[in-house]
Design a binder for this molecule. Structure first.
Ligand SMILES: Cc1cc2nc3c(=O)[nH]c(=O)nc-3n(C[C@H](O)[C@H](O)[C@H](O)COP(=O)(O)OP(=O)(O)OC[C@H]3O[C@@H](n4cnc5c(N)ncnc54)[C@H](O)[C@@H]3O)c2cc1C
Ligand SMILES: O=C(O)[C@@H]1CCCC=N1
Length: 388
């Protein structure tokens, strides 16, 4: 008889890898299946760096980040790898910004420290930034940079250390629900008591045959790097913080790190694409407009950068309409758990996402109120003609 796994996790991005780690650590015999050879740069979790911060508009994320930091610390300790570099985080917006007001309330509600900067402080502390006199900022002292590629590898290594098995270069092509779920891949067939789906931008393709069509948009993000006119002007080693401009759509920056002398500054939006054709016509066309807009932005606000990008890479978000994640059970098949829609801000929270999805899979009471993450907050999530 075929082996029945305690859990199969589909998708070895940061969310699937962190979830698989939690399952294995909690004693579940777990298989992690990934369609591409690992590591790869075709999803949402590649690249050297991501922002970590507690400064969130939404109170629930500010609370969850209090638990994410200690788990990141454990992963660092257990793997002997430095993943988090504290830089502080500067959140800027016009003085009237309700987003900044709400971020201050979230941080205060979570008991987290922060500093308020008025326009003059901003100019004095960050002379290499240029914002109008009616701008203000919040400084989140715990914010910083996560070494993303290394973090992904650490979760996968720990998963294997706790007895998990990884099968990469295997695409899940069909799922037969049931008390025991059958998972067909391009190479094999697996049986499992629990199935956890964390397919990133491919969510629509994997969920539709299971009768679900949540409102998810895979978008292409241009990852733009800008050369410093004077090397190290915006460098991590000079104490330059991570940066988020809260005027919508957000812009965000990370101090020069992965490419010396080059600052990473991106636009938090992009054209809707098919994840299997990320850099096709739709993606490239949208990219040109975004690059033009970001050149203007750099010219206005980052006078120490060349205003033409030195390097361009691409990545994808999977957006929900409210930018909250979907972390829930399949409404019909209770042993199928879904973690999708990380909307461009899920990396830092992956340790807590993994913990929550593990709790759902193991029928434990989730550690947080799951209302903001429910599938049922959206109407009409069933596919018109589900192929069940
Ligand atoms: C440019 C950029 C900047 C970002 N900045 C930040 C930041 O500063 N801070 C932050 O917290 N977050 C940030 N994010 C968001 C964060 O990186 C994502 O939320 C996170 O990586 C999502 O991970 P995931 O595991 O859901 O998706 P993915 O990494 O895409 O993983 C999903 C995996 O599932 C696999 N898969 C899909 N279908 C199948 C199948 N049928 N069979 C087998 N495998 C399958 C895919 O190949 C993929 O490897 C950023 C994202 C981007 C793109
Ligand atoms: O999650 C983050 O911190 C970044 C910056 C703000 C927009 C999205 N991702």
């Amino acid at each position: 008889m075929a082996e029945v796994w305690d859990a199969v996790v589909v998708g070895a991005g940061i969310e699937g890898s962190a979830t698989a780690f939690q399952l294995a650590k909690n004693g579940c015999q777990t298989l992690l299946v990934e369609q591409f050879p690992l590591p790869h740069s075709r999803g949402s979790s590649h690249g050297a760096s991501r922002i970590i911060r507690k400064a969130y508009v939404q109170q629930h994320y500010a609370q969850m980040m209090k638990e994410a930091y200690p788990i990141w610390e454990q992963v660092q300790q257990e793997t002997g790898t430095q993943l988090y570099m504290k830089t502080g985080g500067l959140m800027v917006a016009p003085s009237s910004s309700q987003q900044l007001d709400q971020t201050e309330r979230s941080l205060a509600g979570a008991g987290s420290e922060f500093e308020k900067l008025i326009s003059d402080d901003l100019k004095l502390r960050f002379p290499n930034l240029s914002f109008p006199a009616d701008y203000r900022a919040i400084l989140d002292p715990e914010a910083g940079v996560l070494k993303a590629d290394k973090a992904l590898r650490c979760f996968q290594d720990l998963f294997v250390k706790y007895g998990g098995r990884i099968r990469d270069e295997e695409k899940v092509v069909r799922i037969d629900p049931g008390d025991v779920v059958t998972v067909h891949t391009s190479k094999s067939t697996y049986k499992t008591h629990r199935l956890l789906l964390l397919p990133g931008p491919w969510a629509g393709k994997l969920l539709a045959p299971l009768g679900l069509q949540p409102p998810l948009e895979p978008v292409r993000i241009s990852v733009l790097y800008w050369r410093e006119k004077q090397p190290d002007t915006y460098a991590l080693k000079k104490g330059f913080p991570v940066f988020v401009d809260h005027t919508i759509p957000h812009k965000y920056g990370l101090p020069s790190l992965e490419y010396p002398g080059i600052y990473k500054l991106c636009f938090h939006s992009g054209p809707v694409i098919d994840p299997d054709n990320r850099d096709g016509v739709a993606g490239s066309h949208g990219n040109q407009a975004i690059v033009r807009m970001m050149c203007d932005y750099v010219r206005k606000h980052f006078p120490g950068l060349e205003s033409v990008p030195a390097i361009q890479e691409s990545c994808m978000y999977t957006n929900t309409p409210d930018e909250d994640f979907i972390l829930d059970r399949h409404p019909q098949y209770r042993n199928i758990i879904i973690g999708v829609g990380f909307s461009g801000h899920g990396f830092k929270l992956a340790p807590v996402v993994g913990k929550l999805l593990c709790e759902l899979a193991m029928d434990k009471q989730p550690s947080y109120d799951m209302t903001p993450f429910s599938l049922s907050r959206f109407h009409n999530t069933a596919t018109p003609q589900a192929k069940l």
